[in-house]
Every structure is written in structure tokens, then in C-alpha cells.
Ligand binder design. Sequence first.
Ligand code: ADP
Length: 263
Amino acid sequence: PSPRFPSKYLQFQITPFGNNERLIVVRDTTQLHNLEKMRQDFVANVSHELRTPLTVINGYVETLADNNTTPAWDKPLQQMLQQAKRMSLLINDLLVLSKLETTEAGHNHKAINVEQLLQVVKSEADVLSSEKSQTLTLICNNTTKPLTLQGNEKELHSAFSNLVTNAIKYTQAEGKISILLWQDKNHFYVSVSDNGPGIEAKHLPRLTERFYRVDASRNSGTGGTGLGLAIVKHVLMRHDAELKITSEVGKGSVFMCVFPLPQ
Ligand code: ADP
């Protein structure tokens, strides 16, 4: 980039053109970046501002529901409580996502034992899966010595947890869910697979978009926010990793996180 250009957001595209000539296209994306920054700040501010009033509403509705003596109010109060809780989940997820978008990758990195982290995620999820009589297993294969990754523990915990809770949520009672960890020469892999309903191929490329849900009406009882996989994708990007999703309708799904092997 030439110092004559004022913007740091320049994209260069150089294409051979005729004999010994080059066509250089320079795109200034400053305005796009500014708009994206405005969007991120807006979402962060709105979520933050909504959190306090919602906590107050939640508290009062809970007290009203606990002390209600009028049967006709039971249902409306329970619905208010349920919706207020759903809104809190949404706001929390939006705040997590905007933090991921606005803080530098590499923030709070430390050495993490991947197997131990997966054991924590599994033991937390055991309660949920046993409520549905599902089998949840963790298998760590082929890892010669403890696999240690430099990363942000809170972020990675939330990414793996999101994948495991999704598998539990969307898989039928008595289903099977496995968490696998293995490595090859250049990568290590964490996969979460289930024998649930599966996802049609046309949805796969859009699953990590914010608020994208395959079937909103079918999913409405699962209590999700539609932000879980967007969070997973951001966390993995911040660890130079990527998410690969494969699925077959009626058979199940595999969500595989591919990490570069630590040097
Ligand atoms: P949600 O809060 O709705 O779970 P996510 O971003 O985590 O949001 O997931 C997006 C959508 O992907 C879900 O609404 C669901 O339709 C689909 N999905 C995610 N995981 C699975 C899974 N293991 N099996 C089937 N569908 C899934």
C-alpha cells in the first residue's frame, strides 16, 4: 500500500492484462468497516442497556408468580416468566457475541489441556442428557501426550458446550451423543456427533449465521436463541480453527472443530 492512500482498509487486486501489463484494482473499504463497527457498537450498547431493566422485570415477575393466589393469573404469569427468561438468554448471547467481535483475538490466552476441558463440558452436560435418557460419551484417541492448546478457556468452553447442548436438545430421548478428540500430523479435532433428526443439506451453509434456525416452529420449544453456532464460529476463528458440519436427515449430525496442532 502506498502512503499516498489515507485509508488502512485498502484491498488490492492485480490481474495480468495484455502483454507485460497489469490491471490494478484498488478498493477502499473504509466505509464498510465503519458501518460494521457502528453495527457492532449498536448491538453491544442496546444489549447492555436492556440487561438492567430486564433483570428488574424478571425479579418482580418471579415474586408475583411465587406468591400468586389467583388461579386465573397462573398461566399469564408463567408465560411472562418464560418470555423474560428467554429474553435474558438472548441478551446474554448477544453480549457474548459482541465481545467476541470487539476484543482482540489472543485476549486472556493460556495453556489449556483440551482433554480436561472436554471432561468438564461433558460432566456439566451429563445432567441434561440423563434427563432425556441419552448416552453421552467422551472418547480421546490417538493423543500421544496431553494435548495443550494456547487459547481462551472461557471461549473454548462456551463453544464446546454449545455444540454438546445442541446435540442433546435436538436429539430424541434415548439418543446417542459422542464427543471425540483425536489428532493427526498437523491438526487436532474435536467432534460432537449425534443420531438425532439431522439437517437438510440446503441449511448447512447458513447454520452459523446469527438467528438462523432450521425450523423455527419445530425449535420453539427447545429454548435456543439462534446465536449458539454463530458464537462457536467466532470462537474457532479466534483460535485459527474452523467448524465443519456434516449431516444426514434421519441419521444425525457431526459438528467437527479442526484446530492446527500446537507447535
Ligand atoms: P439455537 O439456539 O436455535 O440452538 P444454534 O445457532 O445453536 O441456535 O443452532 C442453529 C440451528 O441449527 C438450530 O436452531 C437447529 O435448527 C440447528 N441445529 C443445531 N445443532 C443441531 C443438531 N445437533 N441437530 C439438529 N439440528 C441442529
